[in-house]
Design a protein around this ligand. Structure first.
Ligand SMILES: CC(=O)[C@@H](O)[C@H](O)COP(=O)(O)O
Length: 255
């Protein structure tokens, strides 16, 4: 098996899927099943995983079968993000978390200064922190030095579906990292996921591309296959690129 590990846990699927923007929890659960993902990320401020008086995500997506990865979507300061994850740990015992500290509502770009501060605090507090960040290799290294368990550079703005905008810097992050690197955000369709994997990423996290597809379950299956195909292509080793044609059949022995 071509598995990967983060914070001492091993997974076969390299696709992490979200739990927002679906018609309902049942559609979300069907998409997760089709994706073959083993990790689901949950915006603990927005999705009900605590109030037993309301429908709960955990009734549809079994926390015994899937690894829940609480995230801090909607947090704009380090303090806010740390508080949110401490509450999540109290409620669900979740120690492996996804940190995102956003700079502004319009771009939803990460505030990297606040993100580094929050990472330091959370690591001291015993969390295993997978960190959403910009596609800047210098910031990625700082986060790794701060103790991040995984680096998650954006492919493009959250929810944009623009696909990977900067392949060169994603590749630089992958080459320098000693922890897993997963593209997080901006994936629009299956080829974007395949490109992330061909760049050598350990995995891809996505939400909108599946949830806002006309057929989310079919798109989830497409993403599953794209991640597997991209990973196989990376492992197989891409052919070199030439400026001119090279005949596909041998030239020797012509009649
Ligand atoms: C679900 C989640 O964690 C988002 O904050 C994430 O970054 C996904 O982005 P997309 O919706 O663009 O896939």
């Amino acid at each position: 098996m071509d598995s990967w590990s983060v914070a001492g846990r091993t997974f076969n699927s390299r696709l992490i899927v979200g739990t927002g923007k679906y018609r309902d929890f049942a559609q979300n659960a069907a998409a997760v099943e089709a994706s073959a993902a083993e990790i689901v990320t949950v915006a603990v401020r927005r999705v009900n995983v605590m109030d037993r008086g309301q429908p709960m995500l955990t009734d549809f997506i079994d926390p015994k079968r899937y690894t829940y990865l609480p995230n801090t979507a909607g947090c704009f300061t380090a303090e806010d993000a740390v508080r949110t994850l401490r509450l999540a740990r109290e409620a669900g015992g979740w120690n492996l978390v996804k940190l995102e500290v956003l700079a502004d509502q319009k771009t939803l770009f990460p505030d990297v200064v606040e993100t580094i501060r929050a990472t330091e605090t959370l690591v001291k507090d015993g969390f295993e922190v997978m960190v959403y960040t910009s596609d800047d290799p210098v910031v990625a290294k700082r986060l790794e030095e701060a103790g991040a368990a995984a680096i998650m550079p954006l492919g493009a703005p959250i929810g944009s579906g623009l696909g990977i905008q900067n392949r060169v810097t994603i590749r630089l992050i992958v080459e320098a990292a000693k922890v897993p690197v997963l593209v997080d955000a901006g994936v629009g369709t299956a080829s974007d996921a395949a490109i992330a994997m061909e760049l050598g990423c350990d995995g891809v996290l996505m939400n909108t591309a599946i949830a806002e597809a006309k057929d989310p379950v079919l798109m989830a299956a497409a993403m599953r296959d794209a991640v597997v195909a991209g990973r196989k292509a990376y492992r197989a080793g891409r052919m070199g690129v030439r400026r001119y044609a090279d005949p596909s059949s041998p030239l020797g022995g012509l009649i």
